[in-house]
Design a protein around this ligand. Structure first.
Ligand code: KQY
Length: 368
């Protein structure tokens, strides 16, 4: 495996869309008891359900610690490849490489810098050095070269690609103080275009209310096809999400993509009843550095946009809300050839993300 100092764009590589064919998916077995309540058991059940669905149509690799290997092996289907790897947590979307592909079908990984969503400014845990080393190790595991982009802090959850030259991101995240404060917006934009082999960045102003990642795009807006997106939405003007979603809608309605198309926006409701931490859930989370990681009543960043697209399905978070069904119906319309798989996701959401945040796709490739 080579560490590359050139740029993906210069080498003819770009980021495919998630809805293009996958070779496989990467996940990381949940273990930290200050992220995952009830000693991690509740989240593990949800991860296993997701793993079973993904491994039906693609190669799934799950990274796991030495201490959890036996457990993970016992609960995951035999077709899942387990690989021992030291990590700080289980957010494969953010710590695994972003893969880029060329016209010959070869793929390479991008090894972004990772600082736990904001480093010492407003990061979510310390230390994060094991997570920062995960992307390169995965490239090694897959025999794929890695672009060294460690000087640029970025998580995979903060970008979406349409596979045709357009990238979606949020200003609140990419311009946050804890990531690349020495760079201007124009410099960050040109870095993204160069690394992702893209021509246009659509900057959404905001994300989901109370999203502790500084509002990753993958929780608020996602491509469902080139030129088409779903946007998290509420009609309730008294909900703090309204202003955030409205600002994104205004941007999208005035935007064109890299191919000059207007963007078709489908509104995907957020849960009607805000999803908030209970006393009991808080009592099942370990402290971090002597402090609770969640508080009773805290509103979680619940969004149906945090779905994951596999080769034959779309895994959609469910929160036990009236809007669960509506989200399923809208996404079924967006993905008519895939099976819609509803997943009870509260136990993942408590960790601070959802199904998209715990998965990273590996595009189908030709370079074995
Ligand atoms: O991508 C994500 N949504 C990860 C969130 C991490 C939260 C850590 N508690």
């Amino acid at each position: 495996m080579r560490i590359l100092k050139s740029s993906p764009k210069a080498d003819g590589f770009s980021m495919p869309a998630e809805f293009e064919p996958h070779y496989g998916t990467i996940m990381i077995w949940p273990e930290r008891t200050d992220s995952w309540q009830a000693g991690g058991y509740a989240a593990r059940r949800a991860f296993v359900k997701i793993a079973k669905i993904i491994s039906r149509s693609e190669n799934l690799t799950v990274l796991v610690s030495n201490g959890q290997y036996e457990n993970a092996r016992a609960f995951l289907p035999p077709e899942v490849r387990l690989c021992e790897c030291t990590t700080d947590d289980s957010w494969a979307r953010d710590t695994a490489p972003t893969f880029v592909k060329n016209d010959a079908g070869e793929i390479r990984g991008i090894d972004w810098g990772f600082n736990a969503w904001g480093g010492l400014e407003d990061g979510l845990y310390f230390p994060w050095d094991n997570d920062n080393h995960v992307a390169r190790k995965i490239c090694d595991l897959y025999f794929k070269d890695a672009y060294n982009c460690r000087d640029f802090i970025l998580e995979g959850g903060s970008i979406h690609s349409d596979g045709e030259g357009t990238i979606l991101t949020t200003e609140s995240c990419l311009l946050s103080k804890g990531r690349n404060p020495h760079m201007t917006k124009a410099e960050i934009e040109s870095m993204l275009l160069e690394c992702l082999g893209a021509e246009k960045i659509i900057w959404l102003p905001r994300g989901i209310y109370n999203d502790e990642t500084n509002e990753h795009v993958d929780n608020v807006c996602a491509f469902t096809a080139p030129g088409e997106v779903v946007l998290a939405w509420t009609d309730n003007k008294n909900d703090p999400q309204y202003e955030l979603s409205k600002a994104c809608l205004d941007t999208l309605e005035n935007a064109t993509d890299a191919r000059g198309r207007k963007i078709k926006v489908r509104l995907l409701p957020i849960p009607e009843v805000p999803v908030c931490m209970t006393e009991e859930e808080c009592s099942e989370l370990d402290l971090w550095d002597g402090e609770p990681t969640r508080t009773p009543g805290e509103r979680l960043a619940a969004s149906y946009v945090n779905f994951y697209i596999t080769n034959d399905s779309v895994l959609v978070p469910q929160f036990g809300d009236k809007m669960d069904r509506t989200a399923i119906e809208i996404l079924a319309e967006c993905f008519p050839t895939r099976k819609i798989e509803p997943i009870a996701a509260r136990d993942i959401l408590i960790g601070g993300g959802n199904i998209h945040c715990i998965t990273q796709q590996v595009p189908k490739f030709s370079n074995l």
